[in-house]
Design a protein around this ligand. Structure first.
Ligand SMILES: N[C@@H](CCC(=O)N[C@@H](CS)C(=O)NCC(=O)O)C(=O)O
Length: 221
């Protein structure tokens, strides 16, 4: 059985959990406490060589695989019998290009905006004015980047032959969890009917809810 080391609020962990769920794998979720910094020290540091979650354990050869993109790709490529599987190398590369564009161009500033414009102000209630100014500057920078990439990302989603509104695909599964960040900061960005429609996709949202409750239950017990 697979073991997924991660954090329920980490969109990278959520993405891998969605792949495991959608592909019908049994897996045990192991919560890693990122807030205390324990993940950067032994024994966690031996397992999490990037210093980050997620990591998937239980792979052939005893490999513990890090990096959510690599894990998702591995699971996708290994799912030979599953309808999500695509054997053609060029088709895979084109789907990966869409996923990589979303991951590295849009989701990084979106993540930054969610962090400085949503999570930090909510969590750190007694922040100094100087800190708040720093956060605002980071938000402005991230907002400019997000706005520049959002239109491209929207047309990438809508026009990609690898994306479908009605069923799960490698592309839609790869970006769904990351785009949840948009929900947190939608009021700070141009309205995006494309992202909003995408986020109500019923199969994906059901899968998302299932993995979230699985991870939260495992974290509490
Ligand atoms: N490129 C990595 C990014 C993973 C990542 O940023 N994980 C965050 C949680 S969302 C983490 O573990 N942060 C801990 C830290 O930076 O100390 C991936 O795709 O897996």
């Amino acid at each position: 059985m697979y073991k997924l080391y991660g954090h329920p609020q980490s969109e990278y962990t959520q993405k891998v959990a969605m792949f495991l769920e959608a592909l019908g794998h049994c897996y045990q979720f192991v919560g890693v406490d990122l807030d205390s910094g324990a993940h950067l020290e032994k024994p966690w540091s031996d397992k999490l060589w990037t210093g980050m979650v997620p990591v998937l354990d239980g792979l052939p050869g005893g490999i513990e695989l890090a990096e959510s993109q690599s894990i998702s790709r591995y699971l996708w490529h290994a799912a030979v019998e599953h309808p999500l599987y695509v054997s053609d190398l060029m088709t895979r590369a084109c789907a990966d290009a869409v996923v990589d564009f979303m991951q590295y161009q849009l989701l990084l500033p979106l993540n930054e905006l969610a962090w400085f414009g949503f999570w930090l102000p909510k969590r750190v209630v007694n922040a100094t004015e100087e800190q708040r100014q720093d956060w605002r500057r980071s938000c402005e920078r991230a907002k400019r980047k997000c706005t520049a990439y959002m239109q491209k990302a929207e047309s990438t989603i809508v026009h990609s032959p690898f994306f479908s509104r009605d069923k799960m695909t490698y592309v839609s599964l790869s970006i769904y969890a990351g785009l949840q960040l948009y929900r947190c900061v939608a009021d700070q960005l141009p309205a995006s009917p494309v992202f909003e429609a995408f986020l109500v996709h019923s199969e994906l949202s059901l899968c998302y809810q299932t993995v979230m409750s699985h991870m939260e239950e495992a974290t509490q017990s």
